[in-house]
Design a protein around this ligand. Structure first.
Ligand SMILES: NC(=O)c1ccc[n+]([C@@H]2O[C@H](COP(=O)([O-])OP(=O)(O)OC[C@H]3O[C@@H](n4cnc5c(N)ncnc54)[C@H](O)[C@@H]3O)[C@@H](O)[C@H]2O)c1
Length: 676
């Protein structure tokens, strides 16, 4: 098992050993661990030779005879060469920063962060070095892990470690203000970016899918998704209540208690609504219920509906799972003309034919059988269900419900199934959560998923940081312009409730959506607290990529860019380059993440603050760029909020001069082109 507790000295010795000279014992396969699925066979016989030669590059020739057959066997069995034998025996988790052997504290902080991404309690497929999202990898194999840890443990602040898709290319002389690590993941020539290209390059051991925060060492467990979902539900509620005021509870109906979707009931409670989430899989319901992420479970619509009415009438805050098919739930709500405030869907419709969506009227096990044995019939049942689901949703939106697509391809698949979800102009009848909520309310004002990790590993440091962040937010709120007050209030509410909601899994981390000024002020106050000794060790600052500037993703983060530039990726690339020379401790740029390989470019950073003046200078310079790069682009795309926000920033920041758009008169354009 990967759970052996060893002394700090032994851990340090093993990290400094890197790839051991003598072969470690073979590791048994652990059936109780969640393993990555077998990848499809993609390599030709000649390419398999290449994959073996590539893997053996990490080891001296005297071991090749043993390892060649072992790696060939892994390739045949799993579709990848993970080098399981070299997985360390010690427990991998975010140890306190002082436990890591190092000559650079910054490098030690990076070891902590990447270890968190491989923790059994955090990672989805820890043995295959996958953190989340099915294929979001930190490394391609265990040799890369061992070598990288050794480099980090021995490098100085005058060197930079260069990472090519999990492979440590080496340490290169640089200088103390340069990033300690530069990461690229999945960067391929654009014409070679299909899903099968990923399969092939990954099987050859030359590229990996880093997702967003897996290959950039910035994953902080489920907390990130709970926060994003909370502010989405809060703002949807606010939008709805502005149109339909009521003293009753807000009813939010959706589906899915899986990986990300499972955050909905917890977020519903934080946002103060009655949430009803349908989930077909009893195991998923049981997991979320036992974790306390959903309060009550119903299997029968006859008892569920009176319970919903009671909760709404009493303005209760409660989360309810309906163990059954979401289509049945929607149809019953529509039949009873129940008033629903907010509706969405988080079944995995990005994967409709292989278990992402279960058709109505068919038992769960029978559906699994159909999927494998009668795929055509299964697909037709899915289409039929989607048409029914959309019809019930349309009836309820007709009564005033606000429905939004949750980035799960619900509208796309429903439209392909012939459901009534299109407008006459060929666009969807309902908006996506980014088009309607995250984009215009958050990203266009510079608000995004700022986060920090206390490297002491001490929950007391996190509690102090929460208090400091809340104080900073309270002070910003006093003079904040009206258009960002509600965002600040939501985040203040979040940070005040954070301890109570017990959100930490893995490293001592916190997420908070803030704009440029807010991020800089909170980071500055944390740096000051480290300087004063109120916080006992350095803090890592970062973010995920669901943000203002870091990600170019035309169907998600940049779906509310309407000037035709949403298929360009200049913003994400500029972001990382700019962060790298403004003080980031590490930077990363990825092909893929969130919506898939070839569909998105995203970049990220980590910045270690240690209470020094240098850290203060870095955070001011880097965070300002990291947010305002995207604001400038969103403003240039004529997004109103961003035009206001960037002008405010220019007034506040000497030296910031951004090109602003002039707005052409719509009538003039139409008249010129003789359009109606
Ligand atoms: N939460 C977010 O912020 C966010 C953002 C972007 C995209 N998404 C998308 O949301 C989707 C869900 O993500 P996930 O990680 O939770 O996936 P998941 O597969 O872990 O969970 C989906 C759940 O839906 C259930 N389900 C399927 N069909 C059903 C039906 N007809 N009735 C009731 N339950 C049904 C499944 O049993 C499963 O548990 C994905 O497509 C993801 O890309 C989420």
């Amino acid at each position: 098992m990967n759970t052996k507790e060893i002394s700090k000295e032994e851990f340090r010795r093993l990290v400094l050993t890197g790839i051991p000279d003598t072969l470690p014992e073979l590791k048994p396969y652990e059936p109780e661990v969640n393993h990555a699925p077998k990848r499809k066979e993609i390599l030709t016989e000649t390419e398999k030779e290449l994959a073996l030669k590539n893997a053996l590059r990490y080891f001296p020739a005297r071991h090749h005879a043993v390892l060649a057959s072992e790696f060939a066997d892994e390739l045949a069995r799993y579709g990848r060469i993970y080098m399981y034998r070299f997985r360390p025996d010690y427990k991998i988790y975010a140890r306190p920063i002082d436990d890591y052997p190092c000559r650079s504290k910054q490098a030690a902080a990076i070891m902590l962060m990447l270890s968190n991404n491989l923790d059994d309690a955090v990672a989805q497929h820890p043995r295959e070095l996958i953190t989340y999202g099915g294929n979001g990898a930190v490394f391609q194999n265990w040799a890369q892990y061992l070598l990288t840890m050794k480099y980090l443990a021995t490098m100085t602040d005058e060197q930079t470690l260069v990472m090519y898709s999990g492979h440590p290319m080496g340490l290169f002389p640089s200088h103390k203000d340069a990033p300690r690590v530069v990461v690229t993941n999945g960067m391929v020539i654009p014409n070679y970016s299909s899903k099968d290209h990923w399969e092939k390059f990954n099987a050859l051991g030359v590229s990996q899918y880093g997702q967003m925060t897996a290959g950039s060492y910035m994953y902080i467990g489920p907390q990130g998704i709970v926060h994003g979902t909370t502010i989405t539900v809060l703002n949807a509620k606010r939008k709805q209540r502005a149109i339909h005021p009521s003293s009753k509870g807000v009813l939010f109906v959706s589906s899915g208690l899986g990986g990300m979707s499972g955050a909905q009931p917890k977020a519903g409670n934080v946002a103060g609504v009655v949430s009803v989430i349908a989930e077909i899989n009893p195991k998923a319901v049981a997991v979320r219920h036992s974790q306390g992420w959903v309060d009550e479970v119903f299997t029968d619509l006859d008892t569920l509906l009176p319970r919903i009415r009671k909760a709404v009438d009493a303005n209760e805050v409660v989360s309810i799972a309906y163990q059954g098919n979401v289509v049945d739930l929607w149809e019953r709500l529509a039949a009873e003309k129940m008033y629903v405030d907010l509706g969405s869907d988080q079944t995995s419709l990005h994967n409709p034919w292989a278990g992402g969506y279960y058709p109505a009227g068919i038992a769960f096990e029978e559906a699994n059988r159909l999927m494998a044995e009668e795929p055509d019939r299964f697909q037709e049942e899915v289409r039929k269900s989607l048409r029914r689901q959309a019809a019930a949703i349309n009836a309820l939106t007709g009564q005033g419900m606000y429905f939004f697509d949750y980035g799960n391809a619900f509208l796309l698949e429903a439209s392909r199934a012939g459901a009534d979800v299109m407008k006459a102009d060929g666009t969807f009848r309902y908006p996506s959560y980014v088009q309607d909520i995250m984009g215009p309310l958050f990203f266009d004002y510079g608000f995004g998923p700022f986060r920090w990790v206390c490297t002491s590993g001490n929950p007391k440091d996190l509690a102090v940081s929460d208090r400091i962040a809340a104080e900073v937010l309270e002070s910003i709120l006093r003079t904040a312009p009206a258009d960002i007050q509600s965002q600040l209030e939501d985040n203040l509410h979040w940070i005040r409730e954070a301890q109570k909601n017990n959100l930490v899994v893995g490293s001592q981390a916190r997420i908070l959506y803030l704009d440029s000024a807010g991020r800089i002020e909170v980071a500055g106050a944390l740096n000051e607290a480290i300087r004063r000794g109120e916080i006992s060790a350095p803090i890592v600052l970062g973010r995920d990529h669901h943000d203002v500037s870091g990600t170019d993703s035309p169907f998600r983060e940049t779906s509310n860019i309407y000037d035709g530039s949403s298929f360009t990726a200049d913003m994400a690339v500029q972001n990382v380059i700019g962060d790298s020379f403004r003080g980031a401790t590490w930077v990363s740029i990825h092909n893929g993440g969130g919506v898939g390989w070839g569909e998105v470019i995203n970049g990220g950073f980590g910045l270690v603050i240690d209470g020094t003046d240098e850290a203060d200078n870095r955070l001011k310079s880097m965070l300002l760029w990291d947010v305002n790069n995207g604001l400038a682009r969103r403003s240039w795309a004529r997004n109103r909020g961003a035009m206001d926000a960037i002008q405010r920033e220019m007034a506040r920041t000497p030296g910031l001069v951004v090109t602003l758009p002039n707005i052409a008169d719509e009538n003039l354009i139409k008249a010129t082109l003789k359009h109606e």
